[in-house]
Each structure stands twice: as structure tokens, then as C-alpha cells.
Design a protein around this ligand. Structure first.
Ligand code: NAD
Length: 322
């Protein structure tokens, strides 16, 4: 899209070489903006942003959000943080630092620039919820000392910092609570259920279900999710969030495995493993606020999203990259 100099924004996307961040960079560039993609490549890959380097409005910056950064931008999307349990539990101290120091540094930058900042928070702030589906006013049920706490509590503390910068310094903040999202460019070895099932099916390996497979999740396709983040960023200043962004359609793990098997010609069979510690049994967003305040709701159905995701992973498996 062609933009005049005055309507073009310069936008910082931290975690821009990751799964969600790279799709967000695509969309912002398509909308005619300039994008600075900041990433320390902890879980991000060059492959996710290779196609963007030729764009003169794109700039990559290798940097760790745990340290201050000085750039001049009009908006900040703060996505930097490993998102899958395998990755965020690999170095839990670093995960908390990324959540907390990263938020402090990016909020400090936004304060200096007086610019809007959006935080990629998570449904994990609800922990193993007692309320179902989760509404934004539910405070959550989180174990503060468990193996998921580095991420859950790190993200909760980041939300606290966002709201304190808003109250104390008048910063324009946007907090999105992202629920499980899937699609092309997910990390093939991140242990998340969609990538796991798809890669296992494509390789003809056993499809591993934890517990009895009756625990449910809701899955949002990445295009829908990115659309929700941009709508939130562009919403009136009084809409700070937190806003749940996710797909309320719930599937059990067994149903998901069957949906994958229906689209991949494979000899894979289902096999069960013990449930990991603190694994939430049920997670489903209530998206009334997103519907009413942002006019947003997911459009892509699971079957359609899986088709695109399977096509992506098929290419990786054929290249020996998954
Ligand atoms: N994908 C989901 O289902 C989901 C759900 C809830 C919340 N989120 C949030 O959305 C954001 C993006 O998630 P994703 O799925 O794209 O994960 P991802 O791991 O693919 O992307 C995260 C990116 O952040 C980068 N990063 C990590 N630590 C960093 C640091 N200290 N400094 C700079 N860069 C750093 C990584 O290299 C990676 O490119 C995360 O904040 C995550 O918590 C994602």
C-alpha cells in the first residue's frame, strides 16, 4: 500500500523474527509502514524474515530487550519472549528477565518517545483457570513457584508495569492477552501441540497425546491474531485492554489429532504420555470485549488454518529442516 510521508509510521516490533512477530512485520510493511524488527534470535529464525530484507522499509536489529535500546519510532509492539514451554523453561531466569526487564526497557523507550506501546501478554496469566471461559476481569489461578511460573508470572509482572506506566506517566498502552495461536512459521521443535502433531504426522511418527487427550484448547490462526493486534493498537486511546485475542472454538487434543490425521496421508497412530506438571485442563477465551470494542473476531476455521500450516511444515520436512 502506498503511503504519504505523513501517514507512514515507523514501528518497532520486538521479537519480530519469531512466529507471530514475523507475520506482524509482513502486515505492517504491507500497510506501507517502516518496520524495525528487533530480535536476539533466541527462538526466532532468519528464515522467518529472509523475504523482508529486500524491502527498503524493513530494518533488522539484533538486540536483547533486557538491555535499553535507543531508536526513534512512532509505535512499539513488544513481542520479544520465548513463548513455548520447551523454550521458556530452557532458561527460566532469562525468561523472567525478558518479560520484566524487557517490559521496563520498552516502556522506558515509549515514555521517552511519548509513543503507544502494545504488550503481547498471554492467556497464561489466567494459569489453570477456575473460571471458564476466561474473561479479562478474572484474576487467574497461577502457581508462583512452578516450572511455568517464569513465563506466567513474568507476563503478569509485565502487565503490572504497563498499567503502572499508564497510571503514573500517562503512557498510551495496549495489552493483548493472546491465546494459543498456530500457523506457518511456528518453530517445528517448540513442543506446541499443533506443530507437534503436524510434524509427527508428516514424518509418520506416533502422535503423542498427554493424559487422556480430553483437555481442551482453543486455536487461533495467525492471520486473525495479527489482525486483532493491529486493531487493538489502532483503537482509541482509552482502550488499554487487557483484551483477550483468541479463537473461542474449543477442541480436545484428541479432536485436534484427528483433524490433522484427516489432512495428512500417514501411517501415524495416537499414543499417550503422562500429563506434564501444571498443564491447564481447559482454556477458552471470552472475546466479547474484542468483538464490541475492536470489531474483531476470528474468521479462519481450524480446518482451513491447518491446511496452510501443514503445507508450511511439509516444505520444512522435505528440506530436512524439521
Ligand atoms: N504463539 C502463541 O500462541 C502465543 C500465545 C500467547 C502469547 N504469545 C506471546 O506472543 C509473543 C510472540 O510469541 P511467538 O509465538 O511468536 O514466539 P517466538 O518464540 O516464535 O517469538 C519470540 C521472539 O522473541 C525473540 N526473543 C526472545 N527473547 C528475546 C530477548 N531477550 N530480546 C530480544 N528478542 C527476544 C525470539 O528470538 C523470537 O524471535 C511472545 O511474547 C509470547 O509470549 C504467543
Amino acid at each position: 500500500m502506498a503511503r504519504t510521508y505523513s501517514s507512514r509510521k515507523r514501528i518497532l516490533v520486538t521479537g519480530g523474527a519469531g512466529f507471530l512477530g514475523s507475520h506482524l512485520c509482513d502486515r505492517l510493511l504491507d500497510a506501507g509502514h517502516e518496520v524495525i524488527c528487533l530480535d536476539n534470535m533466541y527462538t526466532g529464525t532468519k528464515r522467518n524474515i529472509d523475504h523482508l530484507h529486500a524491502n527498503p522499509r524493513f530494518e533488522f536489529m539484533r538486540h536483547d530487550v533486557c538491555f535499553p535500546v535507543y531508536v526513534e519510532v512512532d509505535e512499539i509492539y513488544n513481542l520479544a519472549c520465548p513463548a513455548s514451554p520447551v523454550h521458556y523453561q530452557h532458561d527460566p531466569v532469562q525468561t523472567t528477565k525478558t518479560c520484566v526487564h524487557g517490559a521496563i526497557n520498552m516502556l522506558g523507550l515509549a515514555k521517552r518517545l511519548r509513543c503507544r506501546i502494545l504488550q503481547a501478554s498471554t492467556s497464561e496469566v489466567y494459569g489453570d483457570p477456575n473460571v471458564h471461559p476466561q474473561t479479562e476481569d478474572y484474576w487467574g489461578h497461577v502457581n508462583p513457584i512452578g516450572i511455568r511460573s517464569c513465563y506466567d508470572e513474568g507476563k503478569r509482572c509485565a502487565e503490572t508495569l504497563f498499567f503502572d506506566y499508564h497510571r503514573q506517566h500517562g503512557l498510551e498502552i495496549k495489552v493483548a492477552r493472546i491465546f494459543n495461536t498456530y500457523g506457518p512459521r511456528m518453530h517445528p521443535a517448540d513442543g506446541r501441540v499443533v506443530s507437534n502433531f503436524v510434524v509427527q504426522a508428516l514424518k509418520g511418527e506416533a502422535i503423542t497425546i498427554f493424559g487422556d487427550g480430553q483437555q481442551t484448547r482453543s486455536f487461533c490462526y495467525v492471520e486473525d491474531l495479527v489482525d486483532g493486534l493491529i486493531r487493538l493498537m489502532e483503537s482509541p486511546a482509552e482502550i488499554t485492554g487487557p483484551v483477550n485475542i483468541g479463537n473461542p472454538n474449543e477442541f480436545s487434543m484428541r479432536e485436534l489429532a484427528e483433524a490433522v490425521l484427516a489432512q495428512v496421508d500417514t501411517a501415524s497412530q495416537l499414543t499417550t504420555l503422562p500429563l506434564p506438571a501444571d498443564d491447564p485442563k481447559q482454556r477458552q477465551p471470552n472475546i466479547t470485549i474484542a468483538r464490541e470494542k475492536l470489531g474483531w473476531e476470528p474468521k479462519v476455521q481450524l480446518r482451513e488454518g491447518l491446511t496452510k500450516t501443514i503445507a508450511y511444515f511439509r516444505e520444512l520436512v522435505e528440506q530436512g529442516a524439521a
